[in-house]
Design a binder for this molecule. Structure first.
Ligand code: HEC
Ligand code: HEC
Ligand code: HEC
Ligand code: HEC
Ligand code: HEC
Length: 508
């Protein structure tokens, strides 16, 4: 097998670049000028780039999936459910199960498809429905005519067919854009055989003749999740989402607490993993993959109710509550007065990331919004601080302290779409177990008095206008009213992650 987990192949492209810049830099200057003027005519895709890509090694580029092809094909989750009903029920309605049908994803995918074409939007599908990419079944946005396996997104037979990763061989030498290998089975003299990889050493009768079992240490590690939880720009390889790298640099990685230990367990177990760095017991793992995206459960619950599926609606409501709980357990606030010459001058709000294994927020940080809302009133009821409110159109007040990022395109202008973003002009997220201090000035107060202070850390999946734009862009044939029963995008729910209040004296 060509895969290695740590093996770092020497990339010829990078070596060439180094030689150029050290020995013939004058000449390179000329070349760059020439490239600059030729920029318009050079292809947007496949043109010269800093990160060279071996297209034979990565045939689905810009998705970096590899398929170890044999006569053994992919199996839809409904088939696995026959023998693994518990895992199936936990996975059903999860963000992984919804990853391909997610209307917010389909909206953005449709915009990508129109802007840069399928050769590039295939990158998206590589993580949101990998099987549909390697088999060539998915040809663009929309759900029409696709097999249950393609529609199932990140399903059983994606994860349990992952036989290795190529993290050291990617253009950046880091996990990115689906850098895993899919091997659903193998050819034998008796015909094709399915092989499923998991946490256990195979027991007798494991798979009951339907599949063979293989013990896989990879499945117990963050590396299994890394390939998809690192989204890099398709050509410039800028890390737009880097949850794995954030985790890897933090205290949880050092203490052996992996993604699974917080996201594949019940809330109580997650709290223990985060607070005491104790690894869960094997029997405690669940297939929830529950994070922060309560909005998606909210939409999916509306669809289940519309379709009359009460059981699924109840399942989704439970997952919604769990995501809200995880958000509320992730952060904490502390309030401190700052006096100058004995007089109250500022309020300091410390925002702590207490239980997220990566930065807070993580992933789509240029879209997610986590912000501070602070209000203070003096004894007469006069407001002395107001920050972080929402106006009646659902927009944040100017100067709100938001923890997230601003995307920037090649032209240094603000950008939202992942095929445009090649840098962040602002990136303000809180590392695991870390904090940020935010100061709010107060006009000088006369005499001794008391100020009532209230601070909330609030979260939503996106700005109202961005959500409206993405949902308005879903492909034709995906009728939001028919599926979700929504005529217009409802005001996005906002969650209070943490709340603190205090009474503060105006003189020391
Ligand atoms: C390397 C894997 C990967 C690639 C490539 C990728 N995504 Fe994603 N995408 C993810 C992950 C993981 C999340 C979840 C992050 C989160 O919830 O914060 C996500 C979330 C999203 C969401 C948010 C969904 C929601 O309900 O809030 C949208 C929209 C989206 N992706 C669109 C795209 C588009 C369009 C592309 C291609 C231009 C793309 N993705 C490429 C892995 C990927
Ligand atoms: C995102 C990846 C992922 C998906 C999707 C996924 N699994 Fe798993 N599964 C895992 C991991 C990781 C473990 C190991 C957990 C541990 O450390 O015990 C596991 C463990 C298992 C086990 C061993 C027993 C157990 O529960 O720990 C079975 C059986 C299993 N999965 C079946 C399924 C089925 C059936 C589905 C689809 C309904 C599914 N898995 C979907 C990652 C996944
Ligand atoms: C005919 C019944 C049957 C079907 C269908 C089936 N399995 Fe299994 N599988 C088993 C049995 C039995 C075991 C061993 C006991 C256990 O873990 O539940 C097992 C074990 C596993 C394990 C643990 C392997 C290990 O070594 O840790 C995984 C992962 C798994 N199955 C995944 C799947 C996936 C994915 C599918 C669908 C593609 C599937 N199974 C379909 C019967 C089945
Ligand atoms: C094949 C790609 C793939 C693999 C492997 C994968 N994920 Fe994901 N994951 C995704 C995508 C895509 C989404 C977002 C789907 C969406 O929002 O539409 C996602 C979403 C999630 C979410 C929900 C985020 C939220 O905002 O609520 C969690 C939690 C998560 N994954 C954890 C894991 C863990 C833990 C593993 C490893 C055991 C893993 N993932 C492996 C592709 C993957
Ligand atoms: C110590 C526990 C812990 C570990 C370890 C951990 N997470 Fe998380 N994760 C959380 C919590 C809590 C949240 C909710 C707060 C937030 O959004 O960051 C979260 C949120 C997420 C989200 C949703 C982000 C969003 O805002 O939409 C994704 C995706 C995710 N985690 C993936 C991962 C992956 C992949 C790993 C491993 C590389 C991992 N997590 C490791 C606790 C953890």
């Amino acid at each position: 097998m060509t895969s290695t987990m740590n093996g770092r192949a020497v990339r010829s492209g990078r070596a060439v670049k180094t030689i150029f810049s050290t020995t013939v830099s004058l000449f390179v200057g000329f070349l760059l000028l020439a490239a600059g003027t030729a920029g318009l005519s050079s292809p947007a895709y496949g043109g010269p780039s800093y990160f060279s890509v071996d297209r034979e090694f990565y045939p689905y580029y810009p998705s970096l999936i590899k398929w170890d092809r044999s006569g053994a094909g992919f199996t839809a989750p409904e088939v696995c459910s026959g023998c693994h009903p518990k895992q199936y029920e936990e996975w059903t309605g999860s963000v992984h199960a919804l990853a391909f049908q997610d209307p917010v994803y389909q909206g953005e995918l449709n915009l990508a498809f129109k802007a840069v074409g399928h050769e590039i939007s295939r990158q998206c599908e590589g993580c949101h429905s990998p099987a549909g990419v390697v088999t060539g079944e998915i040809k663009g946005p929309g759900l029409k005519g696709l097999s249950p396996m393609a529609l199932a997104g990140v399903s059983c037979d994606i994860c349990h067919s992952i036989s290795g990763v190529t993290h050291g061989q990617t253009p950046t030498g880091e996990p990115e854009n689906g850098s895993f290998i899919l091997s659903p089975g193998k050819d034998t003299p008796q015909g094709p055989k399915l092989v499923k990889r998991g946490p256990y050493a195979p027991s007798d009768g494991c798979g009951m003749g339907f599949h063979e079992c293989l013990e896989s240490p990879l499945h117990l590690k963050a590396d299994l999740c890394a390939s998809c939880h690192q989204v890099y720009h398709y050509e410039k390889h800028f890390p737009i989402e880097a949850t794995y790298s954030e985790w890897k640099k933090g205290p949880y990685a050092q203490k052996g607490i992996h993604c699974q230990d917080c996201h594949m367990v019940e809330i109580e177990t997650f709290i223990r993993s985060a607070d005491t760095f104790t690894k869960p017991e094997r029997k405690e793992y669940r297939h929830y993959f529950n994070g922060a995206n309560y909005l998606l459960y909210y939409l999916a619950e509306a669809a289940a109710i519309k379709a009359g599926d009460k059981e699924l609606a109840t399942n989704l409501k439970a997952k919604y509550d769990m995501a809200v709980k995880r958000l509320q357990l992730a952060a904490d606030l502390e309030l401190y007065p700052v006096y100058r010459a004995g007089s109250l001058a500022e309020i300091k709000v410390r925002v702590r990331n207490i239980r997220a294994g990566h930065n807070l927020p993580t992933s789509l940080t240029n879209i997610r919004e986590m912000w501070l809302e602070v209000a203070a009133t003096d004894a007469s009821g006069k407001k002395v601080i107001i920050s972080g409110g929402l106006d009646n159109k659902g927009s944040l007040m100017p100067d709100t302290r938001v923890f997230n990022s601003d995307g920037m395109g090649d032209n240094f202008h603000f950008a939202v779409d992942p095929w445009v973003i090649t840098a962040f002009s602002r990136h303000d997220t809180i590392p695991p177990k870390g904090y940020r201090d935010v100061y709010f000035g107060i006009a000088p107060q006369k005499g001794q008095g008391v100020i009532t202070l209230e601070a909330r850390l609030r979260y939503r999946q996106a700005d109202q206008k961005i959500a409206e734009k993405l949902l308005a862009s879903v492909p034709a044939g995906m009728n939001l009213e028919a599926i979700y029963g929504i005529k217009k995008v409802p005001t996005l729910p906002v969650i209070d992650m943490a709340k603190k209040s205090a009474k503060i004296r105006t003189r020391k």
